[in-house]
Ligand binder design. Structure first.
Ligand code: OGA
Ligand code: MN
Length: 288
């Protein structure tokens, strides 16, 4: 299989042509994909008609896979599949008031996956199983470019600080279901450096994840909020963002160590079913 890579944005995102994931992946192709992934941060593999099992087998080329700690998210048949879906077990569309839906809708806010873990996810591999006709695009922002663009005073404030990432913060912003005592015990808040070094490329990036962040070390609540709000506005600027318009079967894989993502609004009465695998991180976040 010979693959071709086409850039989709000056610094983030590239499309990979010439792949058929129903065929086994050679080690040369896997290596080429890993290199392209490191360079472009987000890869789009258009319209792959694959099953959950094939999705998992493909994902294993990139590392060990996470199994989600909540049974509302984890697939029953294939536990490495994380369901980002507005359709419930009985195949009905979830009302937006449903607590699982409230949690999933937090994906409309910028975040990077599993940043609430001591060892956050290295990358995520998302497949469009049922896509909506309008809206529902997934946007990716380049946290290396954002770091470079930070005003000096903001950089000075955050450079040597850590930010708190708490899974429970999700339920506060989403007014969703509170974590159970068991989930809380399994997911205590973690403090992560705000400027990190990519363990493979050595490049520096800003590391925040708004759906989980509730405090910055050494700052009071209002100072933390002011800085975080300023950062949230900056990451949304168009120049840093690749926006993916889904076609059925697309696979989009992103590097969680140097990007954030969010989803754009869509009609909640339409089915939107996305399946994700998550590659386990390569160790604790390295402070710059
Ligand atoms: C995710 C996520 C966005 C989407 O799977 O981590 O944030 O487009 N999904 O469904
Ligand atoms: Mn996500």
């Amino acid at each position: 299989m010979s693959i071709e890579i086409h850039k989709l944005h000056p610094t983030i995102g590239a499309r990979v042509d010439g792949l058929d994931l129903r065929q086994p992946l050679s080690s040369e192709t896997a290596t080429a994909l890993i290199e392209a992934w490191l360079e472009h941060k987000v890869l789009v593999l258009p319209t792959q008609a694959i099953s959950d099992a094939e999705h998992v087998a493909f994902s294993r080329h990139f590392g060990r896979l996470e199994v989600h700690h909540q049974n509302i998210i984890r697939d029953n048949a294939v536990p490495e599949i994380f369901k980002v879906s507005n359709v419930d077990e009985d195949d009905n569309i979830r009302p937006t008031t449903d607590t699982t839906m409230a949690q999933l809708l937090t994906t409309k806010i910028w975040h990077t996956d599993s940043s609430f873990r001591e060892n956050p996810a290295m990358g995520s591999i998302l497949r469009g199983v049922e896509i909506v006709r309008e809206g529902g695009q997934t946007c990716f922002t380049d946290m290396e470019a954002v770091l470079e663009a930070l005003p000096d005073d903001v950089l000075g404030t955050i450079r040597d600080r850590r930010c708190r990432h708490d899974f429970e913060h999700l339920s506060r912003i989403a007014a969703g279901r509170k974590p159970t005592a068991e989930e809380k015990a399994a997911m205590p808040p973690v403090w992560q450096p705000m400027v990190r070094i990519h363990p493979v490329t050595g490049r520096r990036s800003l590391y925040i994840s708004p759906i989980y962040n509730d405090a910055i070390e050494g700052l009071d609540e209002s100072q933390s909020k002011a800085i975080l709000d300023q950062l949230y506005a900056l990451v949304s600027e168009e120049r840093f963002v690749y926006e993916h318009q889904w076609s059925e079967g697309d696979i989009v894989m992103w590097d969680n160590r140097c990007t954030m993502h969010r989803i754009l609004p869509y009609d909640p009465d339409e089915r939107r079913v996305m399946h994700r695998t998550t590659v386990v991180g390569d160790g604790p976040v390295i402070a710059a």
